[in-house]
Design a protein around this ligand. Structure first.
Ligand code: PA5
Ligand code: NI
Length: 195
């Protein structure tokens, strides 16, 4: 990797970066155990392994001083009543933050700390979200038509701790409540021993 300044573009309307080092695809099968309605999940997966989200990464060295960046695209859809979402994670280095800039779509960032604080931030084109250190984060697309597209930037040394969320889930779920979008307590949330 050359260590010289570089530019890239996010050409509208697709806003996929002109420079991409990694394209990660997360189909439904990679999100087993993450949606509350397991029957709906299995039914849907039995029909098609739908693409739920994608990440286009500009890779940098995973070290202090570097910034990792990329574009996250969460596609529209539901599993039961729960909107399509990313796996979500804490940073392995918990004391690292992240910035998101919403480029397209409608959705929310669901966040929580190990201490039990929760927060849900609406994402619309133009919204800049600052996720402070210690907050796990998950993007949720609540449009039935369009993708939720965000640009993210985080410290190169942050790392991703997926395991904690895989075991305990997020405290809040974002669902289609019939009369609109609802934020409900996750009935299956359970503190992971030792976290
Ligand atoms: O670092 C981030 O928070 C983002 O780049 C996410 O990795 C991206 O949105 C995909 O989510 P996840 O890493 O939870 O699969
Ligand atoms: Ni992150």
């Amino acid at each position: 990797m050359t260590d010289t300044p570089f530019t890239l573009t996010l050409p509208f309307p697709k806003v996929i970066p002109s420079k991409v080092e990694a394209h990660i695809k997360r189909p439904l099968s990679s999100l087993r155990g993450m949606f509350a309605d397991e029957e709906a999940y299995e039914r849907m997966l039995g029909q098609e392994d739908t693409l739920v989200y994608e990440v286009f990464e500009i890779k940098r060295n995973e070290e202090v001083g570097e910034l990792a960046l990329g574009v996250s695209v969460v596609h529209p859809g539901v599993v039961g009543a729960e909107f399509f979402m990313t796996k979500g994670h804490f940073h392995s280095v918990l004391e690292t933050a992240e910035v998101y800039y919403c480029l397209q779509g409608e959705g929310f960032m669901v966040m929580e700390t190990p201490e039990g604080d929760t927060s849900v931030a609406a994402l619309r084109p133009g919204t800049v979200l600052y996720v402070p250190p210690r907050w796990a984060h998950r993007s949720v697309c609540t449009s039935r038509q369009g993708d939720l597209v965000t640009l993210f930037v985080y410290p190169g040394n942050a790392g991703h701790d997926y395991g904690t969320i895989e075991k305990q889930g997020f405290r809040k779920l974002v669902i289609d409540g019939g009369n609109g979008i609802a934020f409900v307590d996750n009935p299956r949330w359970k503190k992971e021993a030792g976290s």
